[in-house]
Design a protein around this ligand. Structure first.
Ligand code: ATP
Length: 314
């Protein structure tokens, strides 16, 4: 039977700025997204007809509401009419967390079906379909494109500045961040609601994206952490003060900096050493079910030497 397995990594937002409101109702964004080594696994199996979903998660829909279903429908209808697919989602990324779990699954399905049925779509065609499915899908797809074929990775995760609704991407040089701790509290936040409650007038700290990009290019982790900022934090922390408490506690455990990802509620922290990161992991694991000690997304020992490690300034 013809099957394909694909890794679908989560993202964190190292910066997130809202530049303004557009006439179509969406917000104009400027955000730096970075893929981390926490991923769902998507298994696709060719079928003569229909789209069938299965998963190990009790938290995601298994009908047309699943972004994966939408992605499969769009690409099959247009490029492989009459064919079907069975999709298994091994869910490891927390749901409704601000880590783009649904978007990355959808991107993996687009890339996977392109391979499964040998549709030979260009990067541009895939990116256009991705952008029509959801704001973060194009970014996630740009990571899939580094795979010569699904399941075979070139070894680098993607980092990009996303603008517009999130679909206008500018790739950044790859940098490897070795210790990232993600804490997802036991509640979800609606992305739409957080954006609708954003009042730019009352935001206290806007990211300095230009300076962030300068330090990112240098690979200077101390300053990368200094310039991390997210304008949505003010809204999400007002709605759920626990997010602010997690941030403060992460700082107390010795993080270089801690920030909410996307519209939350996940908070991630960057650490400079393994010992401090492991200590923080143990502290948070006592109080939270979903805690992940991870790093940048990266694969293949063969390319390890070509990684561009973050320099710690020593
Ligand atoms: P983003 O960071 O892109 O805003 P998120 O991480 O906050 O996304 P998701 O995990 O993508 O949020 O889930 C948001 C909603 O989408 C959930 O309520 C979930 O039921 C629904 N959903 C649909 N398909 C999926 C999927 N494949 N994986 C996760 N959630 C999905």
């Amino acid at each position: 039977m013809h099957t394909v397995t694909i890794e679908a990594p989560a993202k964190i937002n190292l910066t997130l700025d809202v530049i303004g409101k557009r006439s179509d109702g969406y917000h104009e964004l400027e955000t730096v997204m970075h893929q981390v080594n926490l991923y769902d696994r998507i298994i696709l199996e060719a079928r003569p007809a229909g789209i069938e979903l299965a998963t190990n998660s009790s938290q995601i829909p298994l009908d047309q509401e699943n972004l994966v279903y939408k992605a499969a429908l769009v690409i099959l209808k247009k490029y492989q009419p009459g064919a079907g697919v069975k999709i298994y989602i091994e869910k490891n990324i927390p749901v409704g967390a601000g880590l783009a779990g649904g978007s990355t699954d959808a991107a993996a399905v687009l890339a996977g079906i392109n391979y499964l049925y040998d549709c030979r779509l260009s990067r541009q065609q895939l990116l256009e379909m991705a952008a029509a499915i959801g704001s973060d899908v194009a970014f996630c797809l740009s990571g899939q494109y580094y795979q010569p074929r699904p399941g075979v990775l070139l070894g680098q995760g993607v980092t990009a500045v996303a603008r517009g609704r999130g679909e206008l991407l500018e790739s950044l040089p790859a940098r490897f961040i070795p210790y990232i701790l993600i804490v997802k509290p036991d509640f979800e936040l609606s992305t739409a609601q957080v954006y609708s409650e954003l009042d730019l007038e009352s935001v206290e700290q806007f990211p300095d994206t230009k300076s962030f990009l300068q330090v990112w290019n240098k690979g200077d982790i101390i300053n990368i952490s200094v310039y991390m900022a997210n304008v949505l934090e003010s809204v999400s922390i007002r709605k759920k003060p626990e997010i602010g408490i997690i941030k403060s506690r992460l700082m107390e455990t010795g993080a270089l900096n801690a920030l909410m990802s996307g519209s939350g509620p996940s908070v991630f922290a960057i650490f400079s050493d393994e010992e401090a990161a492991c200590r923080a992991y143990r502290v948070f694991k006592k109080d939270y079910r979903e805690v992940y000690l991870t790093s940048s997304y990266s694969r293949s020992e063969a390319v390890a030497s070509k990684r561009n490690p973050i320099n710690y300034g020593d």
